[in-house]
Design a binder for this molecule. Sequence first.
Ligand SMILES: Cc1cc2nc3c(=O)[nH]c(=O)nc-3n(C[C@H](O)[C@H](O)[C@H](O)COP(=O)(O)OP(=O)(O)OC[C@H]3O[C@@H](n4cnc5c(N)ncnc54)[C@H](O)[C@@H]3O)c2cc1C
Length: 495
Amino acid sequence: MTERCDTCIVGAGISGLNALFVASQYLSRDQRVILIDRRSRVGGMWVDTYDYVRLHQPHPFFTAGNIEWTLGKKREYLATKEEVLGHLHHCLEKIKQRVRVTELFGYELEDSEEVGETVRITCRSGEGRTIEIEADRLIKAYGQRVDTNAPLELSSKHARSVSPDFFDVREPEMRASETPVWIVGGGKTGMDTAHTLITEQPGREINLLAGPGTFFMNRDRLFPGGARRWYEGKLLSSVFRETALRFDGTNETDVMNWFRDNYGVWLTPETGNFLAAILSESENETIATGLNEVVMDYLADVVDRDSGVEVLLRSGDTLPFEPESWVINCTGSLFRGEHPYEPYVSAGGRILSIQNRSVTFPFPAAGANAYFLTHLLFLGKITQIPLYAVDVEEFRRKAPQYVMAAGTGPLQLYNLSLIAEALPARQFMKVVSLYGLDFDRWFPLPRRLRASAEFMLNHKRDRKHYKQALDTVAERFGIQTGPVVHAGSPFNHAQ
Ligand SMILES: Cc1cc2nc3c(=O)[nH]c(=O)nc-3n(C[C@H](O)[C@H](O)[C@H](O)COP(=O)(O)OP(=O)(O)OC[C@H]3O[C@@H](n4cnc5c(N)ncnc54)[C@H](O)[C@@H]3O)c2cc1C
């Protein structure tokens, strides 16, 4: 069976929905998009992630294009998992009013190939049903490829090892027991879990194994409330610029410490990790005061000894462990596994691949990459603008954490600058005006206009600095970065 469509999109998470939103701006009502996802419904990783997860940014800034939420809550409200899933479903329904969408949920992309003017796609359902598709273009919106986290495998018979994705810490079984809880991992999942337990079961012994420690972006500073948004806080684009201009490709520790001190919040004595998650000062305070012990080490195992049960740490240290205590795997699920390298655009310019091995717009949410690249695809510019791409998977393997964090600002701003230069002003304004993921929209229009003017005035000059910083990092760590290079690609000699 061969289906025909104008655009095929694989992945129905925030990335795929942003690609679909943008496609719907260029396609007419009688044109057809096929949307494929191996999951059974729209929502991507939100379908399977733990039930007490909350959006870490104010809810309006997690959307497809500029589609508005219908919750009727204040802007600062942090949406629950069900509300996020509800909104992503609403986005799909809104987009279906502009373009024909055929949904193929429960199907996995198996193969795709550019053949002349079309892309041939094969996908297969869980039951083994195969569908062949011919499309003008294909957008593989795999995004973060977040998978669920299993409980940790521990040697002890006296540890209750669970994972938030499969066990809700608010369940009666947890409430009924009084044994201590060990949260393994100090990132967003660890904070969500600690906050949930501390507020639901005050007084319970909760310990955190925090590894190298993590700092978070300070929600109060990024999103000041009420009238303060007129004069307090800083627009994220200005924060990025300020940070990116400080980074020279070698000084990541200084830059990230400076960023943390000015825009961060943290509860551990050290902070070797930063994954761009957001926390408020009051959440941080609740967690910090509610925790019994914070251990700056990694869990190696929990073991039964003749003398009792022990937590074994990676450093070789041990800690006493009360039998039947809980161990909650919050080690996170971002940047897991190894995937084959794939450039963000294919040689023929008909296939976009949005995933961690070829990243161009890392911020502020996963959908940013899909949003900008899909515009360039439909504007016929995708193979004409030598966007700088970074292999984030390789980065994670080869370079210290802070290098990648310091490099994301320059990457984002460099690519935005290329687009601003390559598109006619009217087109660029249209692209930017539909971009609902933009945290700057928190602030009143006059402040946003000032930030835009600052960008337009300086971006060409700043760009040279960003490129030099990114090239320096690539050279220091032997990491694949820069414009995508295909045989005969116009980018091969790009400066
Ligand atoms: C615990 C947790 C909390 C987070 N909280 C936030 C938050 O508050 N705010 C925020 O901005 N970000 C958050 N993130 C980051 C988050 O991953 C993204 O925001 C986002 O939702 C990812 O969307 P995505 O579309 O890029 O990827 P995904 O949501 O992973 O969607 C990709 C989809 O592609 C499908 N797919 C992949 N390959 C194939 C294939 N071959 N065939 C068919 N289908 C395929 C997958 O099934 C999946 O549904 C969080 C991440 C985690 C792990």
